[in-house]
Ligand binder design. Structure first.
Ligand SMILES: [Zn+2]
Length: 337
């Protein structure tokens, strides 16, 4: 009987959980969207904690630049260029064979969201872009399922749990993506301790929610370099929120679906961003990552295998791939949402 499994003894002895909390955790299915720095740590904690089923959704492959902070992966995964979902599943099944790991090598979109998220009790955010978070928020609010937002860049990160009906939703807090060019982990760097900290806070909220305990509606921010940790006031529920107020799920029903298309041979056009972009600012962000050429019409950056040209309306042409999810991933990493 799993309840007598010594591996859960310390967790069961923790009074707020007990056998009942552990049984609830055991009977749950969670989805982790994005299996990078945040998702790999969330997945390891929840697998060790004995969550019944853990679904891992990720579109990327393991690279050497991931190993500094993505705890589940090793050099052999990077050398083999394994999909993160598959590499993570293999490692997690060795950590706890009693947990059903469900890897999905996929780009979460409005088209597959019902399949990938329609049967889970909780969703954890391990993504790197606002577009996917708005989609997760639409799924979670429409299904009345909680999800836990997390983000980190540099030495700073934040965490916020969305419990539909009880807390503000993601669009109450961020009705639109942030203005201006945002730093990304590729352009501004990121430290392993901040992603691990944010992921651990998300995993703690996950255990509380799965066990049936109330989760804090406050927004937590952490900077592991300055040492500052803050608890902000719980964001207010916006009665006019398009998502949880008007219950219009425009990211899920496809009316705001990202536009992405093949564009000639071995090139993809991405036009996800609905606002113009400051090319000079973007060029400055991209200089550390590759050779950049910029003029008033476009910014071009040459990466290892790809060349990306970004236009003032936010549109980009990515050469070197005909895989839409690779292009979308590169756009999220280098240009941001
Ligand atoms: Zn809302």
């Amino acid at each position: 009987m799993w309840i007598n499994d010594p591996r859960y003894s310390r967790q069961i002895r923790f009074a707020p959980l007990g056998e009942e909390g552990q049984a609830r955790i055991r009977g749950s299915r969670v989805a982790i969207v994005g299996c990078g720095a945040l998702g790999s740590v969330q997945a390891e904690i929840l697998t060790r904690a004995g969550v019944g089923r853990v679904r891992l959704i990720d579109r990327d492959f393991v690279e050497f630049s991931n190993l500094q902070r993505q705890f589940l992966f090793d050099e052999s995964d990077a050398r083999a260029g394994l999909p993160k979902a598959a590499a993570a599943a293999r490692r997690l099944s060795k950590i706890n064979a009693g947990v059903e790991i469900e890897p999905a090598i996929a780009d979460l979109t409005a088209a597959n969201a019902a399949d990938l998220l329609g049967d889970v009790d909780l969703i954890l955010d391990g993504t790197d872009n606002f577009e996917t978070r708005y989609l997760i928020n639409d799924v979670a609010v429409s299904r009345n399922v909680a999800w836990i937002y997390g983000a980190a860049v540099g030495s700073y990160g934040l965490k916020f749990a969305v419990a539909p009906g009880r807390t503000a939703c993601f669009r109450c807090v961020y009705p639109d993506p942030p203005e201006g060019v945002q730093p990304t982990c590729e352009t501004a760097g990121v430290l392993g301790p901040i992603t691990a900290t944010i992921a651990a806070l998300q995993a703690a909220d996950a255990l509380k929610i799965l066990a049936g305990a109330a989760v804090s509606a406050r927004l937590t921010t952490v900077d592991v370099w300055s040492g500052e940790i803050r608890q902000l006031e719980a964001p207010a529920i916006d009665p006019h929120c398009e998502c949880c107020g008007a219950r219009r799920f425009s990211y899920l029903d496809g009316s705001r679906r990202a536009t992405i298309s093949l564009c000639g041979r071995n090139a993809v056009q991405v036009h996800e961003r609905e606002r113009p972009i400051d090319l000079q600012e973007l060029a400055n962000h991209l200089r550390p990552v590759g050779e950049v050429r910029a003029n008033e019409y476009a910014v071009r950056v040459v990466l290892d295998l790809y060349e990306m040209t970004i236009f003032p309306d936010g549109r980009a042409i990515i050469k070197g791939t005909d895989d839409l999810s690779v292009a979308r991933s590169l756009y999220a990493r280098y240009v941001g949402s």
